[in-house]
Design a protein around this ligand. Structure first.
Ligand SMILES: CC(C)(COP(=O)(O)OP(=O)(O)OC[C@H]1O[C@@H](n2cnc3c(N)ncnc32)[C@H](O)[C@@H]1OP(=O)(O)O)[C@@H](O)C(=O)NCCC(=O)NCCS
Length: 149
């Protein structure tokens, strides 16, 4: 069978199999990432997905991640500023069911409330309430998910 450009189309079954393998490899990679970050002292709940190219700061400070959180590729969750000592009790907290899309930066000491979504490329420098979408640099609330689910 040929496609619109005259190239031979891959059989659908091969495509589906490829997707399933890629999906399961990503899950395996995330499972290993979560094990590694827990070993390094990060508190991480259940059902958390940490993409292959996501980074969680393990050098200094504290980070706590709730259940069913997804962290997309290229995103950084930071726990220390680098130019000043970590403040007493400072902790970066990502509550349950938060989605952090690709290439975000979560600053140290920030709390992201339950169910909130951090849009691709956002730089989060202030606490994010629950049930909102934040976008941009610096990240701002652009939608309340309770009003517009
Ligand atoms: C959070 C997100 C899902 C919101 O999508 P959405 O609700 O469909 O938003 P829309 O596409 O309707 O855009 C609404 C407005 O926000 C802007 N916008 C959308 N995403 C943006 C982003 N990441 N940063 C800055 N502005 C953004 C749009 O330009 C649009 O502005 P306008 O009203 O002036 O035209 C989307 O921003 C996002 O981050 N997608 C990335 C998904 C991803 O990372 N996938 C890989 C998963 S691992």
């Amino acid at each position: 069978m040929t496609g619109p450009e005259g190239k031979a189309e891959k059989p659908r079954l091969t495509g589906m199999l490829g997707r399933t393998i890629r999906h399961n490899l990503a899950r395996l990679r995330s499972w290993l990432n979560v094990k590694y970050y827990r070993f390094m002292g990060i508190k991480i709940g259940k059902g958390v997905f940490v993409s292959r190219h996501a980074h969680i700061d393990v050098r200094r400070g504290k980070i706590s991640i709730g259940n069913d959180v997804h962290i997309g590729g290229g995103s950084y969750v930071l726990s220390h500023a680098g130019f000043r000592p970590t403040k007493e009790g400072e902790e970066t907290v990502i509550e349950d069911h938060v989605r952090i899309f690709v290439n975000c930066v979560i600053f140290p000491g920030i709390r992201i409330g339950k169910n909130s979504i951090v849009g691709a490329g956002a730089v989060v420098m202030k606490d994010v309430p629950s049930n909102v979408v934040v976008l941009g640099n610096p990240a701002r609330v652009i939608q309340n998910l309770e009003e517009n689910p």
